[in-house]
Design a protein. Structure first.
Length: 168
């Protein structure tokens, strides 16, 4: 995965629309499904928890299928990109200590992975207006730059290969 420029106002607007539509859709679907099932199969003891749960599960699956069907639509470009970026960063997060240990030993691929991780987090945090940890991120990036300079490595985002994580 390569980092891409994201139009922040467009991303935020589309993400908010998708979230609101999903909430409204889930509410309408789960209530209509559960109420239909309650009307068709009433319970003698008056509890309808299982029908309500079934309605929520079916509504969630239908919303997920709808989002999956339209994920390639131009409206979803930024939101899907950020979703994929979060997945890529999560893969690195799960092996972060091993990546950092490999960087300390001079592993060039691990340095590229860590550089991608820091750059991706910077982009995410800027999109989400999470500026609290940006100072720490700058410190971490400076530490990586020192390691890269120590081993005479030029950091390049294009050289990150997710397969490096499997070998760590």
């Amino acid at each position: 995965m390569q980092l891409q420029e994201v139009d922040k106002p467009r991303y935020r607007k589309h993400l908010n629309i998708i979230i609101v539509a999903a909430i409204i859709g889930l509410s309408v679907l789960s209530l209509s499904i559960s109420q239909t099932l309650i009307a068709l199969f009433p319970s003698e003891d008056g509890t309808h928890f299982h029908w309500n749960l079934f309605g929520v599960i079916c509504g969630s699956l239908l919303i997920g299928a709808g989002i999956g069907k339209y994920k390639d639509h131009s409206f979803m470009i930024e939101v899907v990109y950020v979703w994929h970026l979060k997945q890529a960063l999560n893969q690195i997060t799960r092996k972060l200590q091993k990546v950092k240990d490999a960087v300390a030993q001079g592993d060039v691929s691990a340095m590229h992975a860590l550089h991608f991780y820091y750059s991706g987090n910077r982009q995410l945090w800027q999109l989400d207006d999470n500026m609290i940890t940006m100072d720490e991120l700058a410190i971490w990036q400076a530490e990586l730059d020192v390691q890269a300079q120590k081993y005479n490595v030029t950091l390049d985002l294009a050289l990150y290969d997710p397969l490096i994580l499997k070998s760590l």
